[in-house]
Write a protein that binds this ligand. Structure first.
Ligand code: SF4
Length: 402
C-alpha cells in the first residue's frame, strides 16, 4: 500500500511557532518510522508551508491535527473522502475530541501509534478496519525506529532535526496535555540515540532538539546520555525544568555534550498561579539565582511565560515584565495559556462557564477563548499584545506551547 502522512496546519501562529522552533513534528514522523518497509510512504508537513498533494495515488491518508488545525484537517479529509481514500485521523485533538473527529475518518488513531500500527495496516489490507485504534500501554522506546530523513529531508527544517530521548513527563501541570497523552515517563536506550545522531551528523544536520519534555529529570540517565553524545560534536537544545540548576555536575556534563540552550517553563511570577497549576516546584524568588547558575555553563535559557491564569489580575503583565528583566533570560516566549480540550484547565473553565468559544480555530495563541476570573478577555488580549511589544527585543514572539 501507499500511505500518505499529513501534518495539517491552518497557517495560524501555531504553524509559525512550529516552523520557527524547527525540527520535524513528532506524530507524522513517528508513524512513518513505524511503517514496514514494504509499504510506500509519502509525507507533507503543512506547518512548514508544504502543500498537500490532493492528486496523490496513496491508498491511505493519515492526517494528524492539533486543536487550532482541526478544521483544516477536516477540510483535507473531506477532499480525500470524495476521492475514495481510506482516512485515518490522529494527533492531540483527535484523542480528546473523538466524537467530533469520528465524522471525518474511517478510523481514529489514539495515543502512541507504534503499539498498533502494523495491526491497523493489515486490517486495512484485509478489509477489516475498526473505527478506533488506541494504545493501551506505553510504547517501549527501545523499539522506536529513527525518523526517516529521506522523505522530508533536514534541509526543509533549516538543518535542524529532532531526536526522541524520552516521552511523557512525571509532572502533571494542569495546563499541559503531555501527561494526558502519555501514560508514563519513558526513556529511550542511549545507544539508539547515539546511532541516530551520528547518522544525522553525516547528513549535515547542525542543530538537534533532544526531544523530551523533561530532559534532565532522571539524573543518572541524563549524565550517561550527555557523556555518550559529547564525542559527536553536534549542537543541542532541549526542554527541561529549572530544577537542572540544583545540580552543577549535570550542568557541566550538559555543556560538555554540546547543550547550547535549555527551554524552561518559567510560566509566571505568581506563586498562587503556580500552586494552582500544580507547578509549585518553580520558585519565582529563586529564579534569578537559578538562571545565573545555568548561564555560568554557557547554556542559554529560553523562558516560556504564560498569561491568563485565574490568579492573574491585569497587573500581571507589568509584574511579569519586571520579573523577566530581573531574572535575565536569553529569549522570552510569552503567550496565552491556551485551555486545550483534554486539559484540566479546559475542564475546569468549561465547568465554571468561563469558556467563551469552542471554535477551535481560535485556540491558536492569538485569541482569548475564555474569560479569566480576575480580568476580562479584552484585558487579557491587550495585555498579551503589550508584553509582546515590550519584550520584542528579547522575544521570539511565539504564542503557543503545549
Ligand atoms: S508543563 Fe512541563 S513539567 Fe508540567 S507536565 Fe507539562 S511537560 Fe511536564
Amino acid at each position: 500500500m501507499k500511505i500518505y502522512f499529513i501534518k495539517a496546519s491552518s497557517g495560524s501562529d501555531y504553524s509559525k511557532y512550529k516552523a520557527e522552533t524547527g525540527g520535524p513534528p513528532q506524530n507524522i514522523f513517528s508513524a512513518a518510522a513505524a511503517t514496514p518497509a514494504h509499504h510506500e510512504v509519502q509525507m507533507t508537513d503543512e506547518t512548514i508551508g508544504m502543500k498537500t498533494d490532493f492528486d496523490t495515488d496513496a491508498d491511505v491518508v493519515v492526517i494528524f491535527m492539533s486543536t487550532p488545525d482541526a478544521y483544516r484537517a477536516y477540510e483535507i479529509s473531506n477532499t480525500f473522502h470524495e476521492k475514495g481514500k481510506i482516512i485515518l485521523l490522529g494527533g492531540l485533538h483527535t484523542k480528546f475530541n473523538q466524537q467530533e473527529a469520528a465524522g471525518y475518518a474511517h478510523a481514529l488513531i489514539i495515543g502512541e501509534v507504534e503499539n498498533y500500527w502494523e495491526k491497523l495496516l493489515s486490517d486495512i489490507e484485509s478489509g477489516t478496519i475498526q473505527p478506533v485504534y488506541e494504545s493501551q500501554e506505553a510504547f517501549d522506546l527501545a523499539k522506536l525506529n529513527p525518523y526517516p530523513t529521506n522523505i522530508i529531508p533536514p534541509s526543509k527544517y533549516n538543518h535542524t532535526w529532532s531526536v526522541v530521548v524520552t516521552r511523557g513527563c512525571p509532572f502533571k501541570c494542569n495546563f499541559c496535555l503531555v501527561p494526558k497523552f502519555f501514560d508514563s515517563f519513558q526513556l529511550r536506550p542511549i545507544p539508539n540515540i547515539v546511532d541516530e545522531l551520528w547518522h544525522l551528523k553525516k547528513l549535515g544536520v547542525e542543530w538537534v532538539e533532544l526531544h523530551s519534555d523533561n530532559l534532565t529529570h532522571n539524573k543518572a540517565y541524563a549524565m550517561e546520555l550527555f557523556a555518550a553524545i559529547a564525542p559527536i560534536g553536534l549542537k543541542f537544545f532541549g526542554e527541561t525544568t529549572v530544577l537542572i540548576a540544583r545540580d552543577e555536575e549535570l550542568l557541566l556534563a550538559a555543556r560538555q555534550a554540546g547543550l547550547k540552550a535549555a527551554l524552561l517553563g518559567i510560566e509566571t511570577p505568581s506563586v498562587e498561579a503556580l500552586k494552582a497549576q500544580k507547578k509549585a516546584f518553580v520558585k519565582p524568588n529563586k529564579m534569578k539565582e537559578a538562571i545565573a547558575i545555568i548561564k555560568k555553563y554557557d547554556i542559554e535559557v529560553w523562558g516560556d511565560f504564560l498569561f491568563g491564569f485565574d490568579e492573574h489580575t491585569p497587573d500581571i503583565f507589568r509584574e511579569t515584565l519586571t520579573f523577566i528583566k530581573d531574572i535575565n533570560v536569553d529569549r522570552v516566549i510569552p503567550h496565552f495559556m491556551i485551555p486545550f480540550p483534554g486539559s484540566e484547565n479546559f475542564m475546569q473553565l468549561d465547568k465554571n462557564g468561563q469558556i467563551l468559544t469552542k471554535d477551535w480555530s481560535l485556540y491558536d495563541g492569538s485569541h482569548a477563548v475564555y474569560r479569566p476570573k480576575n480580568m476580562s478577555a479584552k484585558e487579557l488580549e491587550d495585555g498579551i499584545e503589550w508584553i509582546w511589544n515590550k519584550t520584542s527585543s528579547l522575544s521570539e514572539k511565539l504564542k503557543y506551547w503545549f
